[in-house]
Design a protein around this ligand. Structure first.
Ligand code: FAD
Length: 466
């Protein structure tokens, strides 16, 4: 044969495994999957902390309870993942300021204001989409509404509503493409936290076992090549040649690239010929956001924990986004004395770079503000480094103001009928989520199959509608 393989898949996260799974179901088994790290799962990744296996990356099945079923919810139930409903109902009673606990009644008033404003903003998003008017940021919508959050409590509620979901502030985030959020709108607004000792990535493992040889839960199939860092891809309508840091090269008719938007933006992989300007512009315009869960172990439990209504806590600092959203894991792992705090964006980048001991000091000060001076210091800390990890370059994509649908399509548009793009950042409605990655793998494989089997090979620049 002229080619070593039919298809090369770069990346073994949810998207790459689903792409290969789809090809395999269509009868194409002559592929190889090249993965930079020593495992499959990508941003679904567990780690050992405080004697438990916790999730560094994706943690929730997001979007549950509507009539349309989230495919990840289906998979998680099929494989009996241990999951916990996340109850945010009582959040207005769990607000803390720099001076300690915040009056419940006032919390309710603020929460009501937040609900009113976000409802209004969602309906503006729908109106703007339906009338095809130009996009604005969520922040601009807040200004039009006439209430821009300004006090620490208003800011932390605003943070919880937007940054905690999109990992970027409302100033950056597109109104039309996130309000309402298609995930909650289509699948339902419930979220379930995965707390399973096999890891959330067990789902990717199971999808891989459907088409790759394995023994006792270990994939033995030679078509999966771990520890293989791709650093160049030559592509033309006659085929592709993929080179690795170890100097190996693989030839095929097609390649599906599933690496994150952060990796594509970083230039880790050199594409030959270089991407056309329209592709470079689209990839550069979209945002790779950063979302960090900082895990903390304490010598004993000092936070209120009577049932699920105390699980989530907000800390309202004068500096927006300073250690804002707290969650204890007492329901999931009683007695482990573990909490985690979520930071995003600039705070994520700052904290990733600083020594863990400094982060412990900062966190301790915050907790003293929240619970009083006798709060113990954390005895262990884990700060995931999604931003500085060159195989990720951030946590997930966020749709920024200024990117139209046709420009978004340019991110995933195939080149020369040979080079295909997949990954969470290529899914128009569910970018940023596990289910987005899942669907994007199926979509890229189907586009490739249409080319291979029916000669319908796309090599066009998506254009603005007239
Ligand atoms: P990836 O998982 O990134 O897979 C791409 C693979 O390519 C990786 O395995 C990578 O190692 C590999 N790779 C990179 N560069 C190279 C190279 N040069 N050569 C070879 N291989 C390479 N989603 C939810 O639905 N719910 C959540 O609660 C949630 N929370 C999140 C929290 C965090 C902190 C993070 C980081 C993500 C979260 N997400 C969440 C998003 C979700 O994890 C991702 O959308 C999804 O896992 C992405 O899958 P993917 O296959 O597109 O990309």
């Amino acid at each position: 044969a002229k080619y070593s393989f039919d298809v090369i898949i770069v990346g073994a996260g949810m998207a790459g495994i689903m792409a290969a799974n789809t090809l395999s179901e269509a009868g194409i088994d002559d592929f190889v999957i090249l993965e930079a790290t020593d495992r499959i799962g990508g941003r679904m990744r567990e780690a050992d902390f405080a004697g438990k296996r916790i999730e560094l990356g994706a943690n929730w099945v997001e979007g549950v309870n509507e009539t349309t079923t989230n495919p990840i919810w289906e998979l998680a139930n099929k494989h009996k993942l241990r999951m916990f409903y996340s109850n945010f109902d009582n959040l207005s009673s769990n607000i803390y300021t720099q001076d300690g606990h915040f009056a419940n009644k006032l919390g309710d008033i603020y929460m009501k204001k937040l609900d009113d404003s976000s409802e209004w903003i969602e309906s503006l998003g729908i109106k703007k989409s339906q009338s095809n008017s130009a996009d604005i940021s969520v922040f601009t919508a807040q200004r039009i509404y006439g209430k821009v959050p300004s006090t620490p409590v208003e800011m932390v509620l605003d943070y919880y509503n937007y940054d905690y979901e999109f990992a970027e502030p409302p100033r950056v985030t597109s109104l039309k493409n996130t309000q309402p959020n298609p995930t909650f709108h289509n699948f339902g607004d419930s979220n379930f936290l995965v707390a399973d000792q096999r890891g959330y990535s067990y789902l990717v493992q199971k999808l891989a076992e459907e088409f790759l040889d394995s023994k006792d839960g270990v994939i033995t199939d030679p078509r999966l090549k771990l520890n293989t860092v791709v650093n160049n891809i030559r592509y033309s309508k006659n085929g592709v040649k993929v080179g690795t840091e170890g100097g190996k090269s693989y030839k095929a008719k097609y390649v599906i690239v599933t690496v994150s938007l952060g990796v594509l933006q970083s230039g880790l992989i050199k594409f030959i010929p270089p991407f056309p300007d329209w592709k470079i512009e689209a990839l550069s315009e979209f945002d790779m956001a950063v979302y960090t869960k900082i895990f903390l172990k304490f010598p004993y439990k000092f936070w209120p924990s009577n049932g699920p209504l105390t699980e989530f806590m907000l800390y309202a600092d004068e500096h927006r986004g300073y250690y804002p959203v707290w969650q204890h894991l007492e329901n999931e792992y009683p007695g482990a004395n573990v909490m985690f705090v979520t930071v995003t964006d600039d705070e994520s980048r700052r904290i990733e770079q600083q020594p863990p001991n400094e982060t412990i000091e900062e966190v301790h000060e915050v907790l003293k503000n929240m619970f009083g001076p006798s709060v113990p210091k954390p005895i262990d800390i884990l700060v995931p480094k999604w931003f500085s990890n060159r195989f990720f370059g951030g946590s997930f994509s966020n749709w920024p103001i200024g990117v139209e649908s046709y420009e978004f399509e340019r991110i995933q548009a195939p080149l020369k009928g040979a080079l295909y793009f997949s990954g969470e950042h290529t899914h128009e409605h569910y970018n940023g989520y596990v289910h987005g990655a899942y669907y994007s793998g199926i979509d890229a494989a189907n586009r490739l199959l249409a080319c291979k089997k029916e000669g319908k090979c796309i090599d066009e620049v998506p254009q603005a509608p007239p």
